[in-house]
Design a protein around this ligand. Structure first.
Ligand SMILES: Cc1cc2nc3c(=O)[nH]c(=O)nc-3n(C[C@H](O)[C@H](O)[C@H](O)COP(=O)(O)O)c2cc1C
Length: 201
């Protein structure tokens, strides 16, 4: 484990709400953090629909979107097909994994121990190694299968964090809304931020 720089795994899968993943990475890049980023093929497709992203590595896209990089922040973008990536092994230590957004497909794989891509495998490793795993499942309404998969994942140690923003600080923009969710993710990863006002703060 690196001494001063936290290492966080971020996966973006094919549920609506890729803005949560993008905003999370932008926030992480302002800190001395190394992000191991994996985007599923469907995640990439949805991101193209929902943001200005158009193929290729995400680093230039994030910079285009105004990301400010801390001097020791970096992104290592990995292929979801790469089972030899560090994050696929329990011996590689990191500080937690976030799946934002998490499709029902990826949720089902994680909840049932099916590891047919690098995202599922990295999440499976988090559960077996008892490392933080935060899932932002997005679908509505939820079937009983979706609900049961969330329970299974939670029982195995995942934090289920549906991306449902709070409104009590009167958000004015979409970014304000998204930040209320990203702030909770950073709280769970133990990373300092001032993204969103705190109740009673
Ligand atoms: C525009 C678009 C929006 C989608 N939104 C969702 C969604 O909100 N939740 C979900 O579970 N799947 C959604 N899907 C379907 C998933 O992308 C699909 O189930 C895919 O197999 C997920 O693969 P992945 O888990 O490897 O990313 C959406 C697909 C498209 C094209």
């Amino acid at each position: 484990m690196e001494l001063n720089r936290k290492q966080i795994v971020v996966a973006i899968t094919g549920a609506s709400g890729s803005i949560y993943g993008v905003r999370l990475i932008k926030s992480l890049m302002t800190l001395p953090v190394k992000v191991y980023l994996v985007v599923s093929p469907s995640g990439r497709q949805v991101m193209m629909h929902e943001t200005g992203y158009a193929e290729g590595p995400l680093d230039p896209f994030l910079r285009e979107k105004g990301a400010i990089f801390h001097e020791s922040a970096m992104i290592d973008e990995l292929s979801p097909d790469d089972f030899s990536a560090p994050i696929a092994s329990g011996s590689f230590q990191h500080d937690g994994m976030v799946v934002a957004p998490c499709s029902m497909n990826t949720l089902a794989a994680i909840a049932n121990g099916i590891t047919d891509n690098g995202i599922h495998r990295a999440a499976d490793v988090c559960l077996k190694e008892r490392r933080p795993l935060i899932l932002l499942p997005r679908e509505t309404p939820l079937s009983l299968i979706h609900l049961k998969n969330m329970v299974r994942a939670a029982e195995a140690g995942a934090v289920i964090m549906p991306p449902s923003p709070g409104f009590y600080h009167r958000p004015q923009t979409i970014d304000d809304l998204v930040d209320t969710v990203v702030a909770r993710i950073l709280d769970h990863l133990g990373l300092a931020h001032d993204l969103s006002p705190r109740w009673g703060g």
